[in-house]
Design a binder for this molecule. Sequence first.
Ligand code: CP
Length: 336
Amino acid sequence: MLAMSTKLQGKSFLCEKDFSKDEFLYFIDLAMKLKEEKKQGVPHRHLEGKNIALLFEKPSTRTRCAFTVACIDLGAHPEYLGKDDIQLGKKESIEDTAKVLGRMFDGIEFRGFEHKKVEILAEHSGVPVWNGLTDQWHPTQTLADFLTVKENFGRLEGIKFVYVGDGRNNVANSLLVGGALVGMDVRICSPESLFPATEIVEIAQDLAKQSGGRVTITSNVDEGVAGADVIYTDVWVSMGEEAKFAERIALLSPYQVNREMIQKTGNDKVIFLHCLPAFHDLETSYGRDIHEKHGLAEMEVTDEVFRSKHSKVFDQAENRMHTIKAVMAATLGNLD
Ligand code: CP
């Protein structure tokens, strides 16, 4: 463990493909250790005295709370900087902002739109930068998802991991590449017009060759979900794409995760994952608005599946905190 943490010291965490399989698995193993320590009340203040900037251009529940609690558990001070709090890209370039923040903070988390911004922060701040979600990747989500898979199946290699829905979004990109990296049988099951971009599929195929994993992209639900260990979905319309609702509902309704899809897996032990938030009922103003305009009471997953024995979505949400803690501890902390 120590040799790997030395190797990762000072490194930014921007996307899955920047890491080797061993490095990626190390984050998950470290998260398991930190999770157990938290449950046992064993202190793990590996970032004692550090100051961490949390930059959010977009709203967040899980990522913000996970970084905040992880910082405090690790002995660091988190400073939240929302989109109206600093000049980031408005009156001051990202490069100049990175240089200023790097003089004051020991690590920086960024959630926003363009992936380029998090790359510029990493290039110019001189401190580790952690990607809390960009339009292209959501790598801290992948770590939490894989920790949840490992807790349920004891392994990642060979797991039949099926993502259904919008195959072009950041979560799909991250799961496809991350799954291939760790040797999963990873499948994207979506309408052809929402297949992942060719360059993302090529990255995943190259990684799968090295890991012994497998990559499948299909629009056929029966083929996609057959034998699945994990069925994963995400919202049909990502933040900033709200004008596309009618089009996406028409395209993605056959890909809704419902009882019939779970039965089609032929695996009673299949688990259901979702990065959240999910539209599975009418308990949100957003959900009620969609219901009024489009007539749907549930979208990417039915309330029945969301609340079923298959659903591990709240373990998965909790695991955001343990895995984010592992990333910060491994890249900035003292693990001696
Ligand atoms: N899954 C996820 O990123 O959740 P938040 O948007 O609440 O951070």
